[in-house]
Design a protein around this ligand. Structure first.
Ligand SMILES: [Zn+2]
Length: 277
């Protein structure tokens, strides 16, 4: 559960370096592409249709630099090459995005070269390091990165959840909230499943809030609702709500508590600051 903390970006601004971890290399690449588009899109939204987005997709955008392993390792040469050009302003975009795909393959010399760059991060440049596990990298590097972990867990099945919309939107009136609390706490299994969905939902909202999209999230079809919700809630509010859900999961698992009382508490906390539907 501790790693959940690491999944989240706690600042509103673009970080100097982000470590994206996950065991599906292709998902990591897709996420990196989305991020690069979001930062340099001419429509400012990662539209996939503008010139910048198209160039990034085709890997011909001059400000999106991919560094990949040649054979078994990423040697120091591409890092040296990078160092020579990093002081230059972005050519076309707002941001230079350096994506190191397979960062676990950085040789020690290359790692040290990267570390030197990260110690004095160039302006308007952001680094994305992709790797299966954070432990594959030097801790001096990972400590300079914010960390996002893509989920490897199988997503919950949403088809048999009748009240999904009201779970995600949360009712405005007290009576309806009370009713919802009764519904979700009718048995342990329903309650646990509901908490899993909320975990996923607030995790997704935090992704959206940073301009990333949660890759292959089962809640993907609720993107419009997510956009409405992130407009009215700050990162710290969403983060607090995610924490509330995680704490409720722990409480439910480890303590003898009145389920309905716990459900009322969590519904009330999650309803804070949401605007009427
Ligand atoms: Zn675009």
């Amino acid at each position: 559960m501790d790693t959940i903390e690491n999944k989240i970006i706690k600042s509103e601004r673009v970080a100097n370096a982000t470590l994206l971890v996950g065991t599906h290399a292709e998902s990591l690449k897709q996420q990196a592409l989305l991020f690069a588009k979001k930062l340099n899109c001419l429509e400012a939204a990662g539209c996939n249709a503008c010139n910048a987005c198209k160039k990034i997709e085709k890997n011909i955008h001059p400000d999106v630099i991919w560094i990949e392993s040649q054979g078994e390792s990423i040697k120091i040469e591409p890092l040296r090459e990078l160092q020579r050009t990093l002081h230059l302003k972005p050519y076309e975009g707002r941001w230079k995005v350096v994506i190191i795909d397979g960062a676990q393959h950085l040789t020690l010399a290359a790692s040290n070269s990267l570390l030197k760059i990260l110690e004095e991060p160039p302006a308007q440049t952001t680094f994305l390091l992709l790797a299966p596990h954070a432990e594959n990298l030097l801790s001096t590097i990972t400590s300079r990165c914010q960390r996002i972990r893509l989920s490897d867990a199988p997503p919950p099945n949403l088809d048999d959840i009748e009240n999904l919309n009201s779970l995600l939107s949360l009712p405005v009136s007290l009576e309806e909230r009370f009713q919802l609390a009764i519904e979700i706490s009718k048995d342990d299994e329903t309650f646990q499943k509901t908490l899993e969905i909320w975990t996923l939902w607030y995790h997704d909202l935090l992704f959206y809030k940073q301009g990333l999209s949660p890759f292959e999230s089962p809640l993907h079809q609720k993107a419009a609702l997510a956009q409405t919700q992130i407009r009215t809630q700050s990162i710290s509010t969403l983060y607090d709500k995610l924490k509330t859900v995680l704490e409720t999961q722990k409480t439910l698992k480890h303590y003898q508590v009145n389920r309905q009382w716990l459900a009322e508490h969590v519904v009330t906390q999650l309803s804070l600051g949401t605007s009427p539907a």
